[in-house]
Write a protein that binds this ligand. Structure first.
Ligand code: AMP
Ligand code: ZN
Length: 396
């Protein structure tokens, strides 16, 4: 961690419900920032910075931080948080960060920032959890789908993703089709301290990104057509990518993770009823997993300019609920999955129509596989002998 710090007093006090949200966005404010902390009272921000800033640089950082705080916090009101399930007091048997032991045992290794490799214990546990999520998919007779890891830039643009989540995008590119460029690269390319020693001009225009979410692929495949039979339930697992900058810590926030989804497309009632069914059917699964968790209303991590409006909208219409598992070692919770309703957003933007010509509604139940396994281990430890019976039996 950097030794240099810069203290900033925000012009407006950051309300408590926003301190975490503002803190997470500060990672993207300036390349000098290597860490940020907002006090719980919201009246002080401590930045860790790469080098000691002179007065001009301090002023610049200060101005950038103030503008983020102003955009996010000015006129914001505390959302009404709705709790649908609360089993945070379910007994757990472990109280350390499992990451230390996972790394020590070689069960997890970090290939690069936010990129993790898993050994047999984590892999078997993830497979077991996948099996439980597939049981949910089967209970809806969900149709299996397979999606690419790349996602079309054209479609992501149509889905307004660049406006909402620009900060977390990961771009896929390739060398331009040019003999000189390719030859020079093959001769000279090498990794330097912080990346490849090449200039951006040698890369092609961006046509693809790495998928930030699984269900988008389904909506893109249904675009510009009437929805056959007027409804569809699908399931897929996908590799997802969200660049979380200096927030990429441990298995809590990865750049590359996997998401299993059950996806509903149809009328408003169809989607809302199935999302609710999905939530209810998962309760007994969490019980068997011995999971200490809660389900509460939430919002997506919109970037600064879009945050206030979009988060308020999601909250007002109860569009997102998160399954938040307890992390006993840090006395906090981590989202391991979510229940989402997008209204007719994708139906309109992707032009997916129902038999009455109105735009289709969509929703999904999404699980983060690595996070789910990590939270399970944080609650029950790495020794299967201490795991809840259902999991122990299935894995023995
Ligand atoms: P979301 O679409 O944001 O609700 O994501 C669905 C699930 O994916 C979350 O509940 C997490 O479990 C998981 N997830 C999202 N972002 C990350 C990340 N950066 N690292 C690991 N898991 C993630
Ligand atoms: Zn989804």
């Amino acid at each position: 961690m950097s030794e240099h710090t810069l203290e900033i007093t925000p012009e407006i006090t950051i309300p408590e419900h926003l301190t975490g949200q503002v803190q997470a966005r500060l990672a993207y404010v300036d390349e000098w920032i290597t860490g940020a902390e907002v006090t719980t009272s919201g009246d002080q921000i401590v930045l860790q910075v790469k080098a000691a800033p002179d007065e001009a640089r301090s002023d610049e950082l200060n101005a950038k931080v103030q503008s983020v705080v102003n955009e996010m916090a000015r006129g914001s009101f505390k959302p009404k948080v709705e709790i649908l399930e609360d089993h945070l007091d379910r007994p757990t048997s472990y109280s350390k960060d499992p990451m230390d032991e996972l790394l020590a045992r070689g069960e997890v290794s970090e290939e690069g920032t936010g990129m993790f490799t898993f050994g047999p214990l984590m892999s078997r546990l993830i497979d077991y959890l996948e099996g439980r999520f597939l049981e949910l998919a089967d209970s809806f007779d969900a149709q299996p789908y397979r999606f690419p890891t790349l996602m079309s830039a054209k479609f992501l643009g149509r889905a307004d993703y660049f406006r909402a989540f620009p900060h977390s995008l990961t771009f896929a590119t390739h060398l331009r089709e040019d003999l000189e460029i390719i030859s020079a690269f093959s001769k000279d390319a090498a990794y330097e301290e912080d990346g490849l020693n090449v200039s951006p001009e040698i890369f092609s225009k961006i046509q693809a990104l790495l998928s930030p979410a699984t269900c988008y692929h389904l909506y893109f495949s249904l675009a510009d057509k009437p929805l056959p039979n007027g409804e569809l339930t699908a399931t897929a697992v996908g590799n997802c990518f969200r660049y979380e900058s200096t927030n990429l810590t441990s298995l809590e926030r990865m750049w590359n993770f996997s998401m299993r989804e059950v996806i509903f497309v149809g009328s408003k009632d169809f989607v809302l009823e199935n999302r609710e069914q999905g939530r209810q059917r998962m309760q007994s699964v969490y019980e068997e997993l011995g999971l200490a968790y809660m389900v509460e209303s939430a919002n997506d991590p919109f970037f600064v300019g879009e945050f206030r409006k979009q988060a308020a909208f999601q909250n007002a219409f109860q569009l997102k609920f998160e399954i938040r598992a307890c992390l006993p070692f840090k006395d906090s919770t981590l989202a391991v999955g979510s229940y989402n309703y997008h209204q007719d957003f994708f139906g309109r933007h992707m032009n997916i129509t129902l038999p009455d010509s109105s735009p289709a509604h969509t929703g999904c139940v999404a699980f983060g596989l690595e996070r789910f396994a990590y939270a399970f281990l944080a609650q029950h430890g790495l020794d299967p002998a201490n795991w809840p019976e259902a999991v122990r039996e299935a894995l023995s």
